[in-house]
Write a protein that binds this ligand. Structure first.
Ligand code: HH2
Length: 275
């Protein structure tokens, strides 16, 4: 059975992981919260809006991005972790680098969120195993710089499920207990819009792994492609629709930019379900 908590948060209902980007170039809100003070104020606003957890990132992994040195990521995220810690919500560090994982957890992050499932940095697995942090194991194929060039799968759902199962086995073998893990199919990470839709449609196949499933569809490119909405910050309604679908299919962690809107939609969905 899927465990009922993740990083101390009960998963009896879908929980919202609010996004705090401390980057000049994220696809949806790049540059808006680059200053630590602005990022902290943004995170505090997300908690007021109802975020259950916060995901802090100092590196954009959007298609085409080239990577940010660990020292630069740390300079961006550490003051923000310090500033958001007093809010009492579990903080997640969104990074592919072992050094950033280690230092962010030492500074108070409770979760490591690696879009490459602890495979990008050969030191990542041991770095996380040496902590008590929970981990989001995300599936991606290829590097951000080139991942969207020609993604090909036979059966995308089965391949992503099997790859996630292998990431879980590898983490457990390194000493990271199952109760510390969540899985994520990595919407948009080496996937076409059709691949993303197939994965969302068949989330039950991922939930069958027996671990909490996280979905990050918020404002992503496939929503723009399907609706013709170019500006990422105008994809809110499409993002909420994807979040509701994911919740209905069993996702228990939703990584979103628009916390208030997603929360309102989930409240009505839950009320109808219970009525
Ligand atoms: N998507 C992005 C970043 N981190 N982590 C997980 N676990 N799942 C995701 O789908 C995911 C993620 C998207 O990257 P970025 O270009 O940095 O944009 P933003 O952080 O605004 O979503």
């Amino acid at each position: 059975m899927t465990h009922l908590t993740f990083a101390g948060v009960a998963l009896d209902r879908p929980r919202l992981l609010g996004i705090v980007n401390v980057t000049p170039d994220s696809f949806s809100d790049g540059g808006r919260f680059f200053d630590a003070g602005a990022a902290i104020a943004h995170g505090a606003g997300l908690v007021e809006d109802g975020a259950d957890l916060l995901d802090i990132g100092g590196e954009s992994t959007r298609p085409g991005s080239q990577g940010t040195p660990a020292a630069e990521q740390l300079a961006r995220v550490l003051p923000v972790i310090e500033g958001l810690k007093p809010l009492g919500r579990p903080l997640s560090i969104d990074t592919r680098d072992a050094t950033v994982m280690r230092e962010a957890v030492a500074a108070g992050a409770a979760i490591v969120n690696d879009v490459t499932g602890l495979t990008h940095d050969p030191a990542a697995l041991a770095a996380v195993a040496a902590t008590k942090a929970s981990v989001i194991l995300c599936h991606s194929r290829g590097e951000p710089a080139t991942m969207q060039q020609h993604p090909r799968y036979g059966d995308v759902v089965a391949e992503v499920r099997d790859a996630l199962a292998a990431l879980v086995a590898r983490a457990e073998a390194a000493g990271i207990a199952r109760t510390r893990l969540a899985v994520d199919p990595g919407i948009g990470f080496g996937k076409t819009p059709a691949h993303n839709l197939a994965l969302l449609r068949r989330l039950d196949a991922l939930a069958a792994l027996g671990l909490p499933v996280l979905i990050g569809a918020s404002r992503k490119g496939f929503i723009g492609r399907l609706t013709g909405v170019e500006a990422a910050d105008r994809r809110v309604a499409g993002s909420v629709a994807a979040a509701l679908w994911a919740a209905e299919q069993g996702a228990r962690l939703l990584r979103v930019h628009d916390v208030a809107e997603t929360r309102q939609a989930l409240a009505i969905w839950a009320a109808i379900e219970k009525a």
